[in-house]
Design a protein around this ligand. Sequence first.
Ligand SMILES: [Zn+2]
Length: 171
Amino acid sequence: MAFHLMQRDRQGAQRLAGAMGAALERVRHCERCNNFSEETVCTLCLSPRRDGRLLCVIETPADLLMMEQAQCYSGLYFVLMGALSPLDGIGPHDIHLERLLKRAADGVVQEVMIATNFTVEGEATAHYAGEMLRSRGLRVTRIARGLPVGGELEHVDSGTLAQAVLDRRNL
Ligand SMILES: [Zn+2]
């Protein structure tokens, strides 16, 4: 992209550089959800339409956008900005777990829903954060996994199918 801009669109490169500079100056982390925000507390956290009893823990701002696009959740969020990964030197402090604990203990939150990825790092993070939150007397849930919408058993991988069988629920 840098080569393309330098060669074909130098004005565009200038605008992009300006926009990046302004973003770096203005954008910080929301005090409550840790997502990127230009304000101390972001508009989502301040919205009276959101249910403060539900707190969803996700890895990245992109995950938050996906959750919002799915229009299936009306609670609030906490963005870890990563996942536990000892091999990469990312520990509990790097993903702001103390802040999550403090946020979840506001007296309003009744359920913490952990929606980290189903990767090794995401699962380790879910387990670690879950234990921590549960030890403080909070109700902790994990999003379900299973077959994709429109998916057929014949075409799904055996790991996903096995998990769907283990996580089956009453009909
Ligand atoms: Zn926020």
